[in-house]
Design a protein around this ligand. Structure first.
Ligand SMILES: [Zn+2]
Length: 291
């Protein structure tokens, strides 16, 4: 299969009561590991990067490597740009072959957020095979270019959410409901399930048209993940878990083998740790065997 946009696979997931993992990568070793484990588990996949890794790995190189991996893979794979605040950069990535773009104008006033999101949505839709994610309200924590402290975090208003989706024409929608980027400081993070339920019913009550995205997947208790899927969440963003897997596996390998100079073995340790973590997510999301 070739790489695909995100909307159709997420509509299918929402209708069938499971979710698809959207895994943030910072290296090609991680990308390979995640693709391999999804092929093994017959699970649809969204690979994503935030803007900084897309720059240092190279936007075109990421497309080329993922296309090559996807061609041999019997599963749909989407390439998503995460949390991009720059309209021109969104368009550039869409031109280069990324199949889903998140324009994050959630820090802007409502009307500005609508204007910028609509501009990216219209541009990407003119390219036909590219879909777009928008965000309303603010997810707390740190995500690449976007930093918000939790006191400032504003949750998404359901009526505004409906207006936002209708006026921008976005394909996927990320409402702020209390999830956070990074590591949760408490064992039971405060997630506003009622708010999420109201938003899901307003937007997708009749039929699923605009799949809903959960940011800040790392650290969410499994029963929270299940509840959010039941209420209509179908894309779960997972970033911090994979950063920890990469750094911890590297540190542990080097600490145990300080005299060895074999980078392939470090890569293998990173791959194993990544596969282990991603397998846990596939189990939580129920995405195995869906292809
Ligand atoms: Zn996010």
């Amino acid at each position: 299969m070739s790489i695909t946009h995100a909307r159709d696979i997420l509509i299918e997931a929402t209708n069938d009561g499971y979710a698809i993992g959207a895994f943030n990568i910072t290296s090609f070793v991680q990308m390979q590991a995640i693709v391999e484990v999804h092929i093994d588990r017959k699970a649809p996949l969204i690979i994503q990067t935030s803007v900084t890794p897309s720059r240092f790995l190279g936007q075109s190189a990421i497309v080329a490597v993922l296309r090559t991996l996807a061609e041999q893979a019997p599963i749909p794979i989407c390439l998503h740009l995460d949390h991009c605040t720059d309209v021109d950069y969104c368009k550039e990535c869409a031109d280069l072959g990324w199949t889903n773009i998140m324009i994050d104008a959630s820090k802007q006033p409502f009307e500005d957020n609508i204007r910028q999101t609509k501009e990216v949505a219209e541009y990407c839709h003119s390219l036909q095979s590219v879909t777009v994610e928008g965000e309303l309200g603010t997810v707390s924590g740190v995500e690449d270019q976007v930093q918000v402290v939790s006191d400032e975090a504003q949750l998404c208003d359901p009526q505004q959410a409906l207006e936002f989706v209708q006026r921008t024409g976005v394909d996927l929608f990320a409402p702020a409901i209390g999830t956070a980027h990074g590591v949760y400081k408490t064992k039971n993070p405060k997630i506003d399930f009622d708010r999420f339920d109201r938003i899901a019913k307003l937007i997708n009550g009749e039929a699923v048209t605009t799949p809903l995205v959960i940011h800040g997947g790392t650290g969410l208790p499994p029963d929270y993940v299940r509840m959010l899927i039941e209420l209509g969440g179908s894309k779960f963003n997972v970033s911090t878990d994979l950063k920890h897997a990469l750094i911890d596996a590297t540190f542990e390998y080097i600490s145990a083998n300080r005299e060895e100079y074999n980078p392939g073995k470090i890569d293998q340790a990173v791959k194993d740790a990544t596969r282990h973590k991603v397998n846990e997510w596939i189990d939580m999301l129920g995405s195995a065997g869906r292809v």
